[in-house]
Design a protein around this ligand. Sequence first.
Ligand SMILES: [Zn+2]
Length: 274
Amino acid sequence: MSTVPSVPNGATCATYEVLAIRFAARATTRSSLFLNHHVYGPDGPMDMDFFLWVARNRERTVIIDTGYGQAARQTTRLPRTELAEPVAALAGLGVHPQDAPMIIATHAHYDHIGNLTAFPRSEIVIGRAEFDFWTGPYATRQLFAHTTEPGDLAHLVEIRDQGRATFVDQTTTVAPGIEVIPVGGHTPGQLVVSIATATGRAVLTSDAAHFYEEVELDRPFAYLTDLIGVYRAYALLREMAAEPDVVLVPGHDPDVMRRFPVVDGADGLVVRIA
Ligand SMILES: [Zn+2]
C-alpha cells in the first residue's frame, strides 16, 4: 500500500480531511438550471461546476463520486470546460485504484459514476432505490436516460454481480464517522453524505442540492424524478445545516471554490472543506 500524503496531523481515525475536486465547469443560464425558472423572475447567466470529493484519514480513504468518464466526454452534451481528468486528479492527491478505496456513488447520473471502471477492486456504496430504478423499466425513458451513460449503468450491474456493491436503503454508517442518508428526489436513491471532521461535520449534498440557492430559496433544480422528494430533501438539509459546526457542500455550486481554502499544488482545483 502506498502511503497517503498530507493527511493533517490532528486527524484521528474517527474524523476525516474532506476535499472537493473541481474537474469541469459550464457557463449556462438560470432557466437551464432551475425547474420552471420563469416562476421566480427573469433569466440570467449562471455558472455550474462539476465536483468529486475525498474523505480521508490515516486509516481510510473514501471517494465520493468519480466524475464523468471517457464515454460522456465523447457524446454530444451541453458544452463544458474540462479542467482535470478525475482519476488523474485523485492520483495527484495520492488516491490510487490499487489501494481499493471505498467509493460512495451518490447517484447514477453520468457526471457522478463515470469512472468506476478505474477502480476494479473497490467496494461501491449506492442507494438500493438508485440501482433498482436505473436497472428498471423507466431508466430508458428519454428524460431520464439523457442524464446517464448506458455503459455506466451496465457496469453497475457488473459491480453487483461481482459482489462489490453495498446497497443502502436507510441512513447507514458505511465507515466510522461516515454516514450516507438516502433522500431521493433528484433521483430515486440520491444519497447525502455526512462526514465527521476535526471541526464538526461536512454534509456533502451531492445533487440533493446542486446550489446553495436551492436550499436557501427552496428552488428545485431542472432535472428530477420526484418534486416532493426534492422539497423534502431541502427541508432535511436546512435542518442539518442549522446544527452547530455543520458545513453544507452543494454538488455543483461554484461558490464552494470561494467559501473554502484552496489546497496548494493542485492547479487551484481542490479546496479543503475540513
Ligand atoms: Zn451532478
